[in-house]
Design a protein around this ligand. Sequence first.
Ligand code: 3PG
Length: 397
Amino acid sequence: MKTLDTLDLAEKRVFMRVDFNVPLDKQRRVTDDLRIQAVLPSIRKVVDAGGRLILASHLGRPKGKVAEDFSLKPVGEYLSRILGKPVQMAPDCIGAAVEALVSKLQGGEILLLENLRFHAEEEKNDDAFSRQLAALADVYVNDAFAVSHRAHASVHGITRHVPLCAAGYQLENEIKYFHQAMEAPQRPLTMIIGGAKVSSKIGVLENLLSKADHLIIGGAMANTFLKVQGKNVGKSLVEDDHMETATNLLERAKQKGVKVYLPVDAVVAPKLESGTAIKEVDIDNVPSSDLILDVGPKTIEIFKSVLKNSKTIVWNGPLGAFETPPFHKGTFSVAEFLGSLDALTVIGGGDSAAAVRQAGAADKVSYVSTGGGAFLELLEGKTLPGIAALEECSQRS
Ligand code: 3PG
């Protein structure tokens, strides 16, 4: 695959697909800039090389309609502040006005296009729309790992119509770390899988059975596994229609020699609310009136001892209701612990990435992926259409 380092960028119109789908608060201020920070190296590279940089992104799901609430303007302002450099905002992502702005763009200048999803054609991977985007570019760069699981026009269709394609630094990093962790791992490889639902992670768990040595299961999804083992999980979230799936997964893990670790104790409370009375109980003593909201201290110690002896660790999904203290402790202790290890530690998925950052461990782990759905699809063993299209284009161009 071509990379930014292999191209002559001076004076070229560089169309860079980024994922600026970042959370904004009610005042439309950026509240988590992981995805913006992640593409700064590629942005700086193009600017320093004298390229004419055109940034393109989606924000939210405006369903093909123009809506001020989904404008990328606040992101452009934020980017301009952290770069210490003007970022011009285009009124749209295609059309005569945009073409005029692009033609006036000088080497080293940046233009941010308006939300691609204001046009329904983006998500339809429409060919005419892809061509209009491609017409803005001498070079196409994908630095948007987090949306590379979508076969959309700016990620997929565009690659058929641009003269040159390359991967940005962030995309390169995502692929590199994922490969090191999942395709050529130093063993033992331990996977930590958490989050609310088994149903959203079946594909991941299936795929991991042929990759991992140890599988740590936490979060509300552990409840379904505990229930199939005959435990009383009180009022906790359980997916009764996935009990059979959970039973099969445990059986197959045993056949394949994958050691599964489930919580042995839990933090429980009658409701999910800060300040509510909590109890730490063994998993055999969960009161029928309570919910399991976090892993308990004994579980944390067991999980740590497994992690300590692992050479590679991949984590997706929180271990408890970490957004509501005090139910953050299990997730945060594991995040901090990962930061103290020498192992290759790769964290992915919106919640786990946010938890690692909140726990202050983001700079201490090996890599925090910017992907949510894209990271999950890689864990499921899928090929991402955006990456496949980029590879094809990069070979052709
Ligand atoms: C994400 O936040 O996972 C990506 O930006 C993709 O967004 P989407 O799920 O709306 O396609």
